[in-house]
Design a protein around this ligand. Sequence first.
Ligand SMILES: [Zn+2]
Length: 334
Amino acid sequence: MKKYCEECGKEVNTKIITKKEVYDVCGEAVEVEARVLICAECGEELFCEELDNATLVNAYNEYRKRHKLLLPEEIREIREKYGLSQRSFAKLLNWGDKTICRYENGSIQDKAHNSLLLFFREPENMRTYITENEVMLKESQKARLLKYVEKLEQHEESRVGRKLLNQFFSKELSEENGYRAFDYDKVCAMVLFFAHKSPELLKTKLMKLLNYSDMIFYKENGISISGLRYAHLPYGPAPENFDILLGTMAADHIAHIEVFYDNGYEKHQVVPEKEMPKNVLSKEELDVLNRIYTKFEKFGSAEISNYSHKEKGYVETKKGEIISYAYAKDIELN
Ligand SMILES: [Zn+2]
């Protein structure tokens, strides 16, 4: 970029250098790395608005970091997640009309304002605030805001739930999970697939259908579908921590178990609550699920249990042990 240099008295070539500069931010000296435009010939500093502004922003952000203050974009994020305009957010907080606007544009908020903004980052706090205080919002605005809060809370719940769930399942790839990290979405899709196809699917049968699907897919492709590990249980191979998984699926309204009694026997039926999602399972994966479904369509829970007891992977493992996908090669469907 060419610029006029007072020192040289002519248009000169310029270059950008980096140097330390000290700024005064809210009465405090803040040192920053500043990028400065200089004359390539005599080294005189030249004025450049963009670079100056950028340095000023850096100095402000450095000050914010030092005092643990929210950044302007974080303030905007908090406001936007509740679907509020700058003006109505300010109103809700009993602040001046322009206050939020100023903060989002880079003015530094004081400590008290910062604490209040941090407080409103949690949807739960927003709910408490608007239900227990007289707020300066119209009823319709308040109702709309509560809807946003509700959505955020649900989202948060399922996020925490997922995090918990992942702790129970191995993400490290090995022959035990068929070289795939546990994939909750795929498991859900598999469960919905079988639950919709079968009129009265029992939990015991579902476990075997999942196991055969994963094993056959692994046998043919060298990778499992769900990333589940299967353990040797008395009634045949079963997904590890299956009850935790089913509990999560019930909480997420994907499918739940209904218990009923038949001739004095307790039966656990799988009830789907959603359609099977499209695009979660590949065409090849669905093809395997279809073949497994057809093969065992007429099998009752007891029959498929007995059938699975004869598999080499089951015979060669002890109660509670993981049945490796290495045994998949010995499974023959016909
Ligand atoms: Zn010069």
